[in-house]
Ligand binder design. Structure first.
Ligand SMILES: Cc1cc2nc3c(=O)[nH]c(=O)nc-3n(C[C@H](O)[C@H](O)[C@H](O)COP(=O)(O)O)c2cc1C
Length: 184
């Protein structure tokens, strides 16, 4: 029987300045009783240490698709485990890869392998967000049935004010808890 709300959340973190906010998202989800496993892109680890997310989620953080220490294929085991796949923050490049169906990295391969609900929270500079390529990628991603949460208008890391700011972590947690979990 499908659960009322997601209990097992995979949080994908991609490489932008807002990666540090993923720590607050993990905290909020764990506090609400969710089990959280984080997948970071290699670039995300340049912005935030994986140890932080490992400690907050109380689970190992996955980063590599091709990890000789794992006999299991992480993208497949995580795809079978998660009630919800949340990507926050999502970079412009990740949106492009998602729209193209790429599977080169662990997070990309995981999305392709996953049959449950996917929510993507973009965070990027306003010019990147407004670029027709990004808008076309977002439209394509929505066609696949993925939800795009945000971005919102506000102060950006570049010092500009505009569209591209990650939704507040508390808002992302609220939406994640209200999402319909994957049917099992
Ligand atoms: C300091 C710095 C900050 C960046 N911030 C962002 C960002 O907020 N959003 C974004 O889409 N790209 C940002 N980028 C570019 C990404 O890091 C780059 O496109 C990278 O390839 C994304 O990799 P990933 O999607 O695999 O994590 C930033 C780059 C630098 C050097």
């Amino acid at each position: 029987m499908a659960r009322a709300r997601p209990r097992r959340v995979v949080l994908g973190v991609t490489g932008g300045v807002a990666a540090y906010k993923s720590a607050e998202i993990v905290r909020g989800l764990v506090k609400a009783g969710c089990e959280v496993r984080c997948v970071m892109t290699p670039t995300a680890t340049k912005f935030l240490g994986p140890l932080t997310l490992a400690a907050l989620s109380r689970n190992p953080v996955s980063e590599q698709l091709h990890d000789p220490a794992l006999w299991e294929m992480a993208h497949l085991s995580l795809a079978g485990w998660a009630d919800l796949l949340l990507v926050a923050p999502a970079t412009a490049d990740f949106l492009a890869r998602l729209a193209a169906g790429r599977a080169e990295g662990l997070l990309d391969a995981l999305v392709l392998s996953y049959k449950g609900p996917v929510a993507v929270c973009p965070a990027l500079d306003c010019e990147m967000w407004e670029h027709p390529a990004t808008q076309a990628n977002v439209a394509r991603v929505k066609e696949f049935g993925y939800e795009i949460w945000g971005p919102e208008r506000g102060d950006l890391a570049s010092g500009k004010v505009g569209w591209g700011r990650l939704l507040e972590p508390a808002e992302i947690v609220k939406r994640a808890l209200a999402a319909k979990p994957a049917a099992r």
